[in-house]
Design a protein around this ligand. Structure first.
Ligand SMILES: Cc1cc2nc3c(=O)[nH]c(=O)nc-3n(C[C@H](O)[C@H](O)[C@H](O)COP(=O)(O)O)c2cc1C
Length: 358
């Protein structure tokens, strides 16, 4: 996967996710092999107004206190949303002033609060404006590597990804990322990767596909079926940074090893990451939510979730986690790699060489 001047041996990005992909989370997945990480979406209006909370989103994962950055080569994009080209121009200059050279433009968010402003996926209904925005960002931050994240269109009756993406591809952007659903679909139905294939056949710039990737086999299968240059993973990576490690080991075995098939790393990651979030000042509800994600796929995770909902300190929640691991998970005989879906059980390796991922 080539984005800008850089070639990535592991063609896998972590998706931007508001309320999830804070710098601590980005550091975690970057340290497990995600090649590219993206910030939560950042309001251009907030940046221009010099709103303190908005500026806080410009914190890099490289500035997270007390973590090792050794061997992390991931590139970090910051994602902007808004609707006014002038504000995008100013925001792009602000990012360059802050030393940020990787900018993603959000033209896919379907959340009403964003769409009402004419931002996010509302831009798919107004492609001329989107073109103006992207052009403006290119001109205001000439050194920046710029990508655009789109959905297929506003609704089924107005799918316009091919036209919009072809127009954007003329603007010297580094890649187009497509979440293969319409805005109206939100997260319902299935992502339709047929469009990613059509898009890849049509435009010359790199295409990154996104939507419903939940196992390493999904990655390999979607890339083979569509010819896309890379994939972006969102929900499938929650509580599962090993997803990236397994993919890194597959695509770049000289540099990465498959995760070990035991529960030790889960325990140490949950402890360390939870303490990191605590030190950074996140509230207890957010810390609990992250712990719940880590329990996904594990034996009797509902039992664990039912218990930590009753705990209100980080110490108590971690005690509860350790007890659940010792008394339930380790006794179950279930394999860690199976629990976390790292053997690529879905799709059974359809379309992959050697019949599967592992
Ligand atoms: C909680 C949540 C927050 C999200 N926030 C953003 C965001 O800030 N910017 C964006 O472009 N997409 C956002 N998305 C969409 C994801 O980046 C991704 O396109 C989508 O989840 C589909 O990928 P997946 O099936 O791998 O999860 C968000 C999705 C979720 C579930």
């Amino acid at each position: 996967m080539k984005i800008g001047d850089q070639i990535f041996s592991v063609p896998v990005m972590m998706a931007p996710m508001a309320g999830v992909t804070n710098p601590e989370f980005r550091w975690l997945v970057a340290s497990y092999g995600a090649s590219i990480v993206v910030s939560e979406m950042i309001s251009v209006e907030g940046l221009v107004r010099k709103d303190r909370r908005t500026w806080h989103y410009l914190r890099s994962f490289r500035k997270v206190e007390g973590v090792s950055l050794k061997n992390i080569s991931a590139v970090e994009f910051f994602q902007l949303f808004g609707s006014r080209p002038d504000s995008f121009a100013e925001a792009a200059k602000i990012l360059q002033g802050e030393g940020i050279n990787h900018i993603d433009i959000n033209a896919g968010c379907p959340v009403p609060k964003v769409v009402r402003q004419g931002a996010g996926s509302a831009l798919l209904k107004n492609p001329d404006r989107l073109v103006r925005i992207v052009d403006t960002v290119r001109n205001s931050a000439p050194d920046a590597v710029v990508t655009v994240k789109l959905r297929l269109g506003w609704d089924n009756a107005s799918i316009n990804i091919l036209k919009v993406a072809s127009d954007l591809a003329e603007l010297d952007i580094a890649a187009i990322i497509v979440h293969a659903r319409t805005a109206k679909q939100m997260y319902s139905g299935k992502a339709c990767w047929e469009w990613v294939k059509k898009l890849k056949a049509l435009v010359k710039i790199p295409i990154i596909g996104n939507g419903d990737i939940f196992s390493p086999n999904d990655v390999v299968a979607r890339m083979k079926e569509t010819g896309c240059d890379g994939v972006m993973i969102g929900r499938g990576a929650l509580g599962n940074p090993w997803f990236f490690q397994a993919l890194a080991a597959y695509f770049d075995p000289a540099s990465w090893k498959m995760p070990e098939d035991n529960w030790e790393d889960l325990v140490s990651v949950v402890e360390a990451f939870t303490r990191l979030l605590e030190r950074a000042g996140y509230n207890i509800g957010f810390i609990r939510k992250n712990m719940m994600w880590f329990s996904r796929g594990c034996p009797r995770s509902a039992l664990f979730r039912g218990e930590i909902i009753k705990r209100n300190t980080v110490d108590d929640m971690l005690r509860c986690f350790r007890r659940w691991i010792e008394l339930t998970v380790l006794q179950s005989g279930v394999s860690f790699l199976d629990a976390k879906g790292l053997r690529g059980v879905r799709n059974g390796g359809q379309g992959c060489q050697n019949g599967g991922f592992l």
